[in-house]
Design a protein around this ligand. Structure first.
Ligand SMILES: [Zn+2]
Length: 130
């Protein structure tokens, strides 16, 4: 889903580092190969996440092409998602416990400072159902 309005400025920054420091295959230390960036909207604000990506540097290791992403990344949002899991959980609660409509949930999220468009609320409601 392409964004038509600019993403809001991050209000918080966090660096996520993989816990794993050694290669599972060859037990050599993993090296930082890259830094990824994600922007995640949560109920506490807009977060800019910097992800430290590690990789085995032994050329003959079977894991040398595998990238080790921070384990914590999955706690923040779904893969490729730009809204935090807590936002999806809240939408699910509002929808299925309180039977709120999409426009009501959209308005309530905006009132809580979450910059979101109507169709993203619908999309997240479907993700919650999955
Ligand atoms: Zn290795």
């Amino acid at each position: 889903m392409a964004r038509v309005t600019p993403r809001p400025e991050a209000t918080h920054n966090r660096i996520l580092i993989p816990l794993k420091e050694r290669c599972e295959q060859c037990d050599q230390p993993l090296s930082v190969s890259n830094h990824g960036h994600r922007s995640v909207a949560t109920l506490s604000g807009q977060w800019k996440l910097t992800l430290v990506i590690r990789q085995c540097i032994q050329p003959d290791c079977p894991n040398s092409h595998q990238h080790q992403r921070p384990e914590e990344e999955g706690r923040w949002a779904l893969p490729h998602g730009e809204f935090g899991l807590e936002v999806i959980a809240l939408i699910g609660q509002w929808r299925f416990r309180e039977h709120r409509s999409v426009p009501e949930m959209h308005q309530a999220l905006q009132a809580r400072g979450v910059s979101i468009v109507l169709r993203s609320v619908t999309h997240l409601m479907h993700r919650y159902e999955e």
